[in-house]
Write a protein that binds this ligand. Structure first.
Ligand code: COD
Length: 301
């Protein structure tokens, strides 16, 4: 499966609605324009209506009259985030999308006790990468939400990533908890958690996937590297999901894949009432479109 085929699949759900928090952003509007050309969804654009109109009419004049777009004014960015979150809460939208607003402000609205989008699950970030020359899609989690997850949070982060893998057709994904080495070293807590997660999976405490770790990145994704180190298990060299120990590791891996490997990416936050598209402001319109496609496929499930 390729990311493009997810976007294609999402066009089957074109009656879904996306609430965009602070839509006054060139890349966001470009992604929405492409999404509308492909009849991907309806859009509720929350933010400064003058700036949104200006951006739309300057570059995409036909969009201003598109009945699949509604613009709802908010005086502040935090106000726009609150309104977009409430639209999802009230089932007026199926997906929440971050626009020109800091991640922390949007997430605070999402986590709000009264009108937020909490469920019993933890919320976590799941990024899907298509890397040229690599034989499969790779999921990286959590590169943007949970800062230093503990063991129990890692269990839930795996659960969320497995759900995403299932939504894109990977039935029993292979999960590699990543460390700097492939053996347990008590001085490296990530390796201890990885071993515990492996055992929890074997004992049925983590289901619908195969977990094996710790694995360093090379032994997780390269059969050659795993073979060279004589690591033989179901995950080594074949991982679908890379569980990183901290946000910094995830963020560096995410950005390395994009900036060095020119990877194609789509990313969402899952575990909330609805999927959340949370790409960085600097991400391209293409990656925002990819994330929308992924989020709409997840919303459909
Ligand atoms: N899932 C569910 N509930 C959560 C989560 C989560 N991942 N994180 C916090 N909560 C709940 C807590 O249980 C608590 O009830 C409430 O939210 C507040 O918790 P705090 O005090 O830990 O949360 P905050 O508001 O200080 O921080 C939450 C953030 C998500 C904002 C914080 O974790 C954060 O800043 N994450 C990094 C976001 C970021 O900057 N990413 C940039 C990379 S692109």
């Amino acid at each position: 499966m390729q990311i493009e085929s997810l976007i294609e699949k999402a066009t089957q759900y074109s009656e879904k609605t996306v609430a965009v928090a602070v839509a006054e952003d060139e890349n966001v509007i470009e992604a929405i324009a492409i999404a509308l050309q492909r009849n991907l969804a309806n859009f509720l654009l929350f933010g400064d209506k003058y700036k949104i109109y200006h951006l739309i009419s300057e570059k995409y004049p036909k969009l201003a009259k598109n009945e699949k777009i509604s613009i709802i004014h908010a005086n502040t960015k935090a106000g726009a985030a609150d309104l977009a979150v409430k639209a999802v809460k009230l089932n007026e939208a199926d997906v929440l999308m971050k626009g020109n607003i800091s991640t922390a402000i949007l997430l605070k609205a999402v986590l709000h006790h009264e009108y937020g989008l909490r469920t019993e699950q933890i919320l976590s970030h799941v990024a899907l990468f298509e890397v040229q020359g690599f034989d499969r899609l790779i999921i990286v989690t959590d590169a943007a939400m949970n800062i230093a997850p503990d063991l129990q949070q890692k269990v839930q982060i795996i659960h969320n990533a497995v759900h995403v893998a299932n939504c894109i057709g990977i039935e029993t994904p292979k999960v590699a908890p990543i460390g700097a080495v492939e053996v347990v070293n008590p001085a490296m807590p990530a390796t201890v958690d990885a071993a515990l997660l492996t055992q929890m999976n074997r004992r049925g405490q983590i289901k619908n996937c195969v977990v094996d770790g710790p694995l360093a990145l090379d032994n997780a994704v390269s059969a050659f590297a795993a073979e060279h180190k004589e690591i033989h298990n179901e995950v080594a060299g074949k991982a679908d999901i890379l569980l990183v120990p901290t946000i910094e590791v995830g963020n560096v891996l995410y950005k390395s894949l994009i900036y060095f490997a020119k990877a194609n990416v789509g990313a969402v936050i899952v575990g909330a009432k609805a999927p959340i598209v949370l790409t960085s402001r600097a991400d391209s319109a293409q990656s925002k479109l990819n994330s929308l496609g992924l989020a709409l496929c997840i919303a459909e499930k």
